[in-house]
Structures are given as structure tokens and as C-alpha cells.
Design a protein around this ligand. Sequence first.
Ligand SMILES: [Zn+2]
Length: 255
Amino acid sequence: MTDALREKLVDAGRVLVSEDQGDYVAGHVTLRLPGGDGRFLMKPAGIGLEEMTPDGIITVDREGERIDGTMPRHNEVFIHSEILRVRSDIAAVVHTHPPNAVAFSSLGRPLLPVGNDGSIFNDGVPVFSETTDLIIDSARGKAVAHCLGDRQALILRNHGIVTAGRSIEEAVWLALKLERACRVQLLAEAAGGPKLLAAATTCGRRAGGPTAPICIRMSSTISSGAGNAGTVIRMRPAARIHPATARAHRKSAPR
Ligand SMILES: [Zn+2]
């Protein structure tokens, strides 16, 4: 069971990087472990999202402390621990620094349904503006979780995005769609601003709530919820790159 969850986390990182959400060693994904005690699996610090291996993934407790694994823990663990603490409906959290979302957040504009990507977030995407710095303590983590509320996606102004899914597939899917929504709106803003907007999407949503079950088939070896009425997106995870190549591009400080 745990081995399968570790494989899912590895594939999540590779999919995110294949969709331009890598930032050297920054960005992280987590997946809640069964048992109800708040433990979760997390990408370790010091490597890229695409460099994760099942053996390198660390286990973290509800306070954000590493309790298993040897690799370092990301300083921003509190984004994950505090969201998972208060959102029992959420199984996985993604935090990345995708360029379009970061650029869009600097405009101070609300995200609009310029296209179908944006219409998925028709209920609004909260923007966390308390700081543009890293979320490196539990107080800031709690503030991010409070800002997220009962939504499944949030923008950290001038910093990045956070998505929360009922599965790792959903959290990744929301991260990809949010980045695309920001990119499409940036294009419209650069052309004079959107004049017409898309209708709220109903496909894959439950009435009045956040996105409904939508799954990504992250690799041919992972079941993607056969019988699920939601959209299935097939993706080929990015090929793992040689560690020496990745090290040459890394920044010094893990985030
Ligand atoms: Zn960050």
C-alpha cells in the first residue's frame, strides 16, 4: 500500500515538471497516509520534483516533523501539515512556483473564466498576501490553510500556488489547470483585457462545491479510477534526468 503511494508521489512530481511546474529543487507534493494519525509522505528537499525515488520520500507527522527517511525536509512543510490537519477531505497537497501563476499574481487581478481552464475555478481562487516569502513556520501554515478555507486552490502572491485534492491525481490536475488559467488570462490582459467570459463549467463539478472527482492517469501502471464519471487526462511523466545534470542547475537553498 505504502509502496503504491510512494510511486504515485514520484509520478506526480514528474508530471508537474513535464508541465513546466519545476523550479530546480523548489516545489513539493505530499500525500496523506492511511491510519488517521495525520502522517503524510513528502518529497524530500535538495532534489527536483522529477528526481524523486520511492526510497527517498520522507514521512512527516502532523506537526511537520520528519519521522522516517534520511533526506532533508522542506522548510515549507507547514503548507502541507496545516492544510491536512484541518481538511479531512483532502488527501494530497501540491505547492509549486509556476511562472504564469506567479506573474499573474503580481497584477492584483482576480482570476476570471477567460476560458474553460478558468471556469473550473469559478467559485474564486483565494490569494494569500500576508507575505510573499516562504511559509516556514506553523503560524504561516495555519494562515495559508485559513485562506484556502474550503476551496481546493490558492495563489500565494508573487510566490506560487497551492492545490489540495481528494487524491494526488486531483491535486496535480488542479495545479496544471490553475497554471493554464493564469496563462490564458495573461494573454487576454496583454491584448487589452478580456471582454467576454466563459460560462461556468459543470462538467466534473458537484453543485455548489469545489471540483468533483477528476483523475489523471499519471502512468500506465497506476489505476485512475475506472468508472469515475470525471475527466480522465492521460499524461506521460517527464523522463528522469541524470542527477548530475540536475545538480548543475540547482539553487543552493532547499525551499
Ligand atoms: Zn514556495
